[in-house]
Structures are given as structure tokens and as C-alpha cells.
Design a protein around this ligand. Structure first.
Ligand code: SF4
Ligand code: SF4
Length: 371
């Protein structure tokens, strides 16, 4: 980190010594919700992997850095509970979003009650219908007594502030954005998944629908936060949410968001090179391809080349990478994962390719015998 980054409130600024550099992240209006949220939000997926104490520390650390928008989901196991503990006693000024995958009225009512309990809240600021990827799912939201009606009722009662929509399907995203029913839309957006820039973001702006960018780091495929977030800064009104495991990662992102906005020629060249290297055939680590009947860690294998580049030899031949490669041999070729992948990736073929790359890599390191 090149400089101290501190988020402080206005009172603290006045009381602060003038010698300390103070950087405050700007806020962005989240469409017609009218909510003003920090330019970067906190994504609640990775804290599931941490211990509870670590998770709470990370959430609080991000709030201390000026992050006011926190997103989670009923389906993210411990995430809601941990965020609930982390924000207990410091709710004011935060915008809390969660999601339900239920497609029937009773299911969504249960999820709302569960989310309120886990998050320890009386109101959820933004309640989103999670991963609506098919027309049938979209239509199911609007049946009489169905999910949309239940959440509209909850909004009338003040239990839900605003209603949003999340998807990986461009068709559904466009439909939801134009429908007039949703105040926000969440969709993958980063400099290697740029489809949203053509029609969806302009449509969202036109309809005053808040655009929340999921997967700002390409689902783990992008390692340079500076490039990833400087790219996103070029789009006004877009609010990325990022999943992190350490507060220092958010510090770096906040530094990018509060530093110079313009991309340098060198940064543009770097992005172009990465785009060319990755093409469109890459895994976003969303895990929608799961469950695999053979318990194959598909996203791990789909992103193996990135792990091979990043990890030391020992980590490649021992532990989770080696185990994942061994597990790949049990693929029953059923193809179920490919039917579920929202990006229509040829998973089996790519896993085979990546396992070959892996064997080549560990062979080069002289450790292939260990596999
Ligand atoms: S094709 Fe292989 S990896 Fe995909 S779900 Fe079937 S067993 Fe699992
Ligand atoms: S293979 Fe497809 S569904 Fe599975 S994690 Fe990757 S992008 Fe998601």
C-alpha cells in the first residue's frame, strides 16, 4: 500500500490532525432506490470460508474503510449470520442487501423471515430475487400470491426497503430491467465480461434501475485489483460488490477507488492482453454447476491454470489442488454440470485440458510422480 487510507466521518475529519492524509470513498446513488451507497460494496460469499471471528473482523474492517453496502444471500450458509453479528450495534448508515432463490410465495416468506433473524434486523434495505435465469422462473415470481407479491407486501409493511433482481442471464437481466418491477439489477461485469456495457447498463440508467456489478474480479480470474476497479470506475452509476477474505484487500480497492480515475496507456494495454489470453472461455467460479454427483470440485479444476501460475510447487502437488486433480478422474461424463453452467462452458473438455496442463506443469517441476 502506497499511502495511508482512512475513512473517517465528518466530525472526525474536523478533529483530525491536518497532517494525516484522509481518503473518503465517494457514494453512488443506487438507481431509484435513492439509496446512497459506497462506491464499492462488500460481497458476502468468501467469508463463509473463514472462521467466525475472522469473518466478523473482515466485515467490520471493511465498514471502517467506508464500505456502507453489504450484500449476502440466504444460500450463503453462514454469511448472513456472520454479517448480522458484525453489524450488530453499528447498523446506522449501512445498506444491507440479501437474496432468496425461492420461486414460490411461501418459500420467499420463509427466507425473508430467516434473513431478518440471521442478520438481526427489522428491515432489509434491498431484497433481491436470486439468480433468476429462466423465463419460467421469471414468470413464477409474478403468479398470484407468489414471491413478488409477498415481497411487495413486506415492502408496504416496511420490512423490506427495496426490491432487486439478480441473474447471470442477459435475457433475464434485460427483461427485469425493462419491466418496471425492480429497483436494482445485479449482473456480472468486469473487463473480461463486458457484455453488460452494450445494452444492459444503458437500459438500467435509462430506467433508473441501480446496477450492481457482481464478479468485479472476473470470479477470481483477475488478480490485479487496480486494473479491475479502475475499469469499473469508468462507468458512472455502477456499484461493484467484491468478495474478499482480508481487510487489506479492501484497503487496496478503496485506494483505487479514491485515486486517479483515468486508465493509463499501460493499464489499457495490460487489460487488452488479459482479454486476449482469456477469451470468453473462462470460469467465473459461481458454482452453479454444482452439485456434481461425483463430488468433483469443478470450479477448482476449471480455474486450474490460474492456480498453476500463482501457487508454489508444493501447493500444486499436495493439498487441495492435487486432490482436485485426482478427483477429476472420477468424472462420470453425465454432463449435468454443463446443463447448469450459465455460461454454457464445455466443462468436461476444459477440465480435461486443464488436467493436461497441470500434468505438464508438475512434470516440468519434476513432481509428476506424486500424482
Ligand atoms: S460431467 Fe463429470 S464433472 Fe460434470 S456433473 Fe457429471 S460427473 Fe460431475
Ligand atoms: S463452470 Fe460454469 S457454473 Fe461452474 S463455476 Fe464455472 S462458470 Fe460457474
Amino acid at each position: 500500500m502506497g499511502r495511508i487510507v482512512e475513512h473517517v466521518n465528518a466530525t472526525q475529519v474536523e478533529m483530525d490532525t491536518p497532517y494525516r492524509e484522509v481518503v473518503v470513498m465517494h457514494t453512488v446513488r443506487l438507481g431509484r432506490t435513492g439509496l446512497m451507497v459506497s462506491a464499492v460494496g462488500f460481497g458476502g460469499i468468501p467469508i463463509q470460508r473463514l472462521s467466525e471471528a475472522q469473518a466478523i473482523e473482515v466485515v467490520r474492517g471493511c465498514i471502517d474503510l467506508g464500505v456502507t453496502f453489504l450484500d449476502t444471500a440466504t444460500g450463503y450458509t453462514t454469511s448472513e449470520e456472520r454479517i448480522g453479528r458484525a453489524i450488530s450495534g453499528r447498523r446506522e448508515g449501512l445498506v444491507i442487501a440479501t437474496k432468496s432463490p425461492a420461486r414460490d410465495g411461501a418459500g420467499v416468506r420463509d427466507h425473508l423471515a430467516l434473513s431478518l433473524q440471521r442478520l438481526r434486523l427489522e428491515t432489509i434495505d434491498l431484497f433481491q430475487f436470486h439468480n433468476v435465469s429462466e423465463r419460467a422462473d421469471f414468470d413464477a415470481l409474478f403468479v398470484s400470491g407468489g414471491p413478488f407479491e409477498v415481497i411487495c407486501h413486506a415492502r408496504d409493511e416496511g420490512v423490506v426497503g427495496h426490491i432487486g433482481f439478480t441473474t447471470h442471464s442477459m435475457e433475464m437481466a434485460l427483461r427485469a430491467t425493462a419491466s418496471g418491477h425492480f429497483e436494482t439489477v445485479m449482473f456480472p461485469f468486469n473487463f473480461i465480461t463486458e457484455e453488460a456495457a452494450d445494452r444492459l447498463i444503458p437500459l438500467a440508467l435509462q430506467n433508473d434501475v441501480g446496477f450492481i456489478a457482481m464478479k468485479p474480479m472476473g470470479g477470481g480470474m483477475l488478480e490485479d485489483a487496480t486494473l479491475a476497479f479502475k475499469y469499473l470506475r469508468q462507468f458512472s452509476g455502477v456499484v461493484p460488490i467484491v468478495g474478499i477474505e482480508q481487510t487489506t484487500e479492501m484497503e487496496q480497492i478503496v485506494e483505487v477507488m479514491t485515486g486517479p480515475a483515468d486508465l493509463t496507456a499501460e493499464e489499457k494495454a495490460c487489460m487488452a492482453q488479459l482479454r486476449a489470453e482469456l477469451g470468453t472461455r473462462f470460469c467465473r467460479r459461481c458454482d452453479y454447476c454444482q452439485p456434481c454427483p461425483e463430488d468433483i470440485p469443478i470450479s477448482t479444476l476449471m480455474t486450474l491454470p490460474s492456480a498453476i501460475k500463482r501457487l508454489p510447487t508444493d501447493s500444486l502437488t499436495n493439498g487441495w489442488v492435487g486432490e482436485a486433480v485426482e478427483q477429476a478422474a472420477h468424472c462420470a461424463d453425465c454432463g449435468e454440470c454443463e446443463l447448469r453452467c450459465p455460461y454454457h462452458l464445455p466443462i468436461r473438455q476444459m477440465m480435461d485440458e486443464h488436467v493436461s496442463v497441470y500434468h505438464h506443469a508438475v512434470g516440468r517441476y519434476g513432481a509428476s510422480a506424486a500424482i
